[in-house]
Design a protein. Structure first.
Length: 358
């Protein structure tokens, strides 16, 4: 493994059209080195006016991995067991290791972004250590709308892709340093999310260096968010759509304080997903279904924990309300309340008139 004790590596993950470019630029402003300028796709593109901010060679290696197994970024291949060690990837392993040494060896904080890495992560984890993962999520309904506009993909295909990418990213970063950032939050409050990322990277002071804040605010334009849906809808025409929406909502709940009603809604959605069999038989292969079910099981545990917290808070609030009612019913409180009313009804107006007569 190519690991230097003083290096910290940042890997930015997320499905295509999920805001990973904006997130990568924010990480870059916080001091994450992305590579030489001529190695990064920072030029304006028709589908991304602010640039993609991904390393060209890393993206090429990832796409070549797909091709070697008979697929592409939008038609992910079914990978065999221990595919990352396959001899057909020997040249790509050499290329990747050489790239890391030549381009990043001298930097203590470096990283990369390429959505394909969600699916090729096991390949890179072979020779990169001390990785901090930033997972960027966007409402899958909006991702599907964006892909339909850009690629003319059927909606069902886009939800399937979102599910495949996100489940893979969640699975292979489980138990490792990871933070989840939502594209909607980046658009709403880029500075707040920038501060969260800086804290996660243990670089809080970088937020205030130079013009990082101003540059981040200028880079994230609200007008570039062309699709925006509510996150609470977990219905859909296919199991893939319902799964994607439910997993997105689950991640939102796990990263913020939601009302118990929302948690109950998600629990019902996940319960319905557990009883569906069409997902395995008609939408994805069995290994992907198993991966998806692993994610759902972990989400159940997280949601149950959040539900317990919500119930505890509700019980605490109820106890406070009962305590307040008991106080209100005491004779001392009634006397105090009566004095307060007399004071405001009689004494204060009387004092005011006395002062005006002076």
């Amino acid at each position: 493994m190519l690991e230097q004790s003083n290096q910290k590596v940042v890997c930015i993950l997320g499905m295509h059209r999920s805001g990973t470019s904006a997130l990568t630029r924010i990480a870059n402003l916080l001091g994450v080195y992305l590579g030489a300028d001529n190695s990064i796709r920072i030029e304006t593109a028709h589908d991304n006016v602010k640039g993609h901010w991904e390393h060209k060679e890393i993206a090429l290696i990832n796409e070549t991995i797909f091709q070697r197994f008979g697929g592409s970024w939008h038609e992910p291949p079914i990978m065999p067991d221990e595919w990352e060690k396959s001899p057909i990837l020997d040249d790509l392993r050499n290329d990747a290791q050489q790239l890391i040494v030549e381009e990043f060896a001298g930097f203590t904080l470096w990283g990369w972004k390429d959505p394909r890495t969600c699916l090729t992560l096991k390949f890179w984890q072979q020779f990169i250590g001390n990785v901090h993962y930033i997972l960027c999520l966007r409402n899958p309904a909006d991702v599907a709308s964006s892909l339909k506009q850009r690629e003319e993909f059927p909606t069902a295909k886009s939800f399937h892709l979102w599910l495949t990418y996100v489940c893979s990213a969640l699975k292979y970063t489980d138990g490792k340093p990871r933070i989840t950032i939502f594209y909607e939050d980046i658009v709403r409050s880029p500075i707040e999310e920038m501060t969260r990322i800086a804290k996660f990277l243990e670089q809080p002071e970088t937020v205030w260096k130079g013009d990082a804040l101003a540059t981040a605010e200028a880079f994230v334009e609200k007008g570039l968010q062309h699709h925006s849906s509510l996150p609470l809808d977990t219905t859909g025409q296919s199991c893939a759509e319902r799964s994607a929406k439910s997993i997105y909502l689950a991640q939102r709940i796990c990263n913020s304080a939601f009302a118990k009603e929302t948690i109950d809604q998600l629990s019902n959605a996940l319960q319905a997903l557990n009883s569906e069999s069409e997902f395995v038989t008609s939408e994805i292969d069995a290994s992907q279904a198993f991966e998806r079910n692993e994610i759902v099981e972990r989400l159940w545990a997280q949601i149950e924990e959040q539900g317990t917290k919500a119930r505890d808070l509700s019980d605490q609030l109820r106890q406070k309300e009962l305590e307040l009612e008991r106080i209100k019913n005491t004779s001392g409180f009634r006397i105090l309340n009566r004095f307060w009313n007399i004071k405001h009804r009689y004494l204060l107006p009387l004092i005011g008139r006395s002062r005006s007569d002076m």
